[in-house]
Design a protein around this ligand. Structure first.
Ligand SMILES: Cc1cc2nc3c(=O)[nH]c(=O)nc-3n(C[C@H](O)[C@H](O)[C@H](O)COP(=O)(O)O)c2cc1C
Length: 102
């Protein structure tokens, strides 16, 4: 039997993915420039319309991309992505332009 591990979640119930306090991955893109960073300061704000807040330090490349594009994406990493999450949270694309490739 094939088991699906990915299930859609209604947007207004997406807060359940954040309320237990996971570190998330924040992605953003402006033009061809894209990046991902780790963020622990992500918080559900409202059910309907669904709103979240994230605190992104002004020294991060990801924040620059969010400010330029007006958009960001949150992903909740799984346990197998522990090392990946740590690296995305300790290496800045401003220091390593090949951050995502590495
Ligand atoms: C577990 C963890 C949680 C983090 N949470 C945040 C956060 O909430 N806000 C923030 O600005 N930086 C946070 N950071 C630091 C950024 O992820 C880090 O500065 C990253 O290198 C920024 O990457 P960028 O400059 O390529 O965007 C966190 C790092 C780790 C490892």
């Amino acid at each position: 039997m094939t088991q699906s591990y990915i299930a859609p979640v209604e947007l207004e119930k997406a807060y359940r993915l954040l309320n237990h306090g996971p570190t998330v991955l924040v992605s953003a893109q402006h033009g061809d420039d894209h990046n991902v960073m780790a963020a622990a300061w992500a918080c559900a704000l409202e059910f309907k319309p669904a709103k979240v807040s994230v605190v992104l330090d002004k020294s991060t490349k990801t924040r620059q991309l969010v400010e330029q594009s007006g958009y960001f994406t949150l992903q909740v990493p799984c346990y197998a992505q522990l090392d990946l999450t740590h690296q995305l949270g300790t290496i800045s694309k401003l220091d390593d332009p090949q951050k995502l490739e590495h």
